[in-house]
Design a protein around this ligand. Structure first.
Ligand code: TXA
Ligand code: MG
Length: 329
C-alpha cells in the first residue's frame, strides 16, 4: 500500500471456516480486512501494528488521525488493554458483547499501538456481538482496530457490497456476513475517573446505560461540567515541547523530527533526531508519528523542529496533527 492507498486485489471471503481462517491470517500479516459487526462493517487492521493501522487511513483517505476503536473477543482480552473502574466493569458485564465502546485508561500491559490511540493515554475498546466478528477476533488473537469500512465522507456500510463500492481495490479482503442489524455505530462512554461521559450516542440507548449505573451520563468531552483528569479526555495528543513546523534550520538544544533523506541545517548537531521515514514513505511516517513525538518530547527539549512533510496522501493527516500540536500554546 502506498500513501495514496495503491490498488490491490480485494477478495470477497465467505463466512465459513476457510474464509474466517484466511481473514485472520491476512490480519495477522498486517493486511486490511473489512468484516461485519452488529452495528456496521468495520475496516480492520491489527491494532498492535502501527504500519497496518496507517493502512486504514490510507485506504479511507481520511485527512486526520483520530483514536480508533479496538475490537476484542472478550472482556478478559479487553482487560489486558485497559483499566476498568467499577462503572466500566459493570457496563462491560451488562452490555458486552454488544454495541457499546468503553474509553478507559491504557493498562501497563496494553499492546495497542500509539497510532490506533492517536497518541492518547486512553483507549477505546469494544467486544462486538456479531458471531462472525467474534470468531474472527478469536482466530486473530489480537486487538483489531476498525473504523467503519467506508471512504472518508461517505456513509457507513451495512453490507459487503457497500464496502466494495467504496474500497474495492484498496483493501485485502471483505468477509461477507450479510447485513448488519443495528445500522448505527456503537455508543461510546468514557470511564476515566469521575462521572462517566457519553462521547457518542449509538446502538445502546443512553437510558439503558443510565438505568444500569443509576446516574446520568455527563456530556463529553466539551459539554461536561466536572473537571477532567489531566491529559485524559483531551481530544488529541499534544507534546509538552513547542512544535516548530517546516524548520529550515535547527538549534543545538532542539529535538528534530525528520522526514526523507534531507535534514534542515544544524540537525546533525541537535540534541536528538528521529526520522519518520528515511525514504519518504508516508505510511511508514504515519506509523511512527506519535511514538516519535513522545520520544522527542521526553528528551526535555523546549522545541521540536519538524522537517517539511508533503501534503499528499497520509501527509495531510500527519500535517493536520502536527499543526494542532504546534498551535496548542
Ligand atoms: O460501531 C462501531 O463502533 C464501529 C464498528 C466497526 O465497530 N466502529 C467505529 O469505530 O465507529 P471508529 O474507530 O470510527 O470510532 C472512533 C471514535 C473516535 O472518533 C472517538 O470518538 C472514539 O471512537 N474514541 C476511540 N478511542 C478514544 C479515546 N481514547 N478517547 C476518546 N475517544 C475515543
Ligand atoms: Mg465512520
Amino acid at each position: 500500500m502506498n500513501d495514496l492507498g495503491s490498488m490491490r486485489q480485494t477478495e470477497r471471503l465467505t463466512s465459513d471456516e476457510a474464509g474466517l481462517a484466511h481473514a485472520a491470517e491476512v490480519l495477522r500479516g498486517g493486511g486490511l480486512v473489512a468484516f461485519p459487526t452488529e452495528t456496521v462493517y468495520g475496516l480492520g487492521a491489527d491494532a498492535t501494528d502501527a504500519q497496518a493501522v496507517a493502512g486504514i487511513y490510507a485506504a479511507k483517505e481520511r485527512p486526520s488521525f483520530n483514536p480508533l476503536i479496538s475490537h476484542l473477543d472478550s472482556f478478559g482480552s479487553a482487560r489486558v488493554q485497559g483499566v476498568f473502574d467499577e462503572t466500566a466493569r459493570r457496563l462491560a458485564e451488562a452490555f458486552w458483547p454488544g454495541p457499546l465502546t468503553l474509553v478507559v485508561p491504557v493498562a501497563p500491559t496494553c499492546t495497542i499501538s500509539d497510532l490506533a490511540r492517536a497518541g492518547l493515554d486512553s483507549v477505546g475498546l469494544r467486544v462486538p456481538a456479531h458471531p462472525l466478528a467474534h470468531a474472527l477476533l478469536q482466530k486473530t488473537g489480537r486487538p483489531v482496530a476498525a473504523p467503519s469500512a467506508n471512504r472518508s465522507g461517505r456513509v457507513s456500510p451495512t453490507d459487503a457490497d457497500h464496502v466494495l463500492g467504496d474500497l474495492d481495490g484498496r483493501i485485502d479482503a471483505v468477509l461477507d456476513g450479510g447485513s448488519s442489524q443495528v445500522g448505527v455505530e456503537s455508543t461510546i462512554v468514557a470511564c476515566l475517573g469521575g462521572a462517566p461521559r457519553l462521547l457518542r450516542p449509538g446502538g445502546i440507548a443512553r437510558e439503558a446505560i443510565e438505568a444500569l449505573i443509576g446516574m446520568k451520563l455527563e456530556a463529553g468531552p466539551e459539554g461536561g461540567k466536572s473537571p477532567l483528569a489531566p491529559g485524559m479526555l483531551a481530544s488529541h495528543y499534544a507534546p509538552r515541547a513547542r512544535v516548530h513546523l517546516n524548520a529550515a534550520s535547527v538549534g543545538a538544544d532542539e529535538a528534530v523530527l525528520l522526514f526523507g533523506p534531507e535534514a534542515p541545517k544544524g540537525a546533525d548537531a541537535a540534541r536528538i533526531t528521529l526520522n519518520l521515514s528515511k525514504n519518504g514513505d508516508l505510511v511508514e511516517a504515519a506509523a511512527h508519528l506519535f511514538s516519535y513525538l513522545r520520544q522527542l518530547d521526553a528528551s526535555g527539549a523546549a522545541t521540536i523542529a519538524v522537517s517539511p512533510i508533503p501534503e499528499t496522501g497520509l501527509g495531510e493527516a500527519i500535517n493536520d496533527r502536527l499543526r494542532r500540536a504546534a498551535a496548542e500554546r
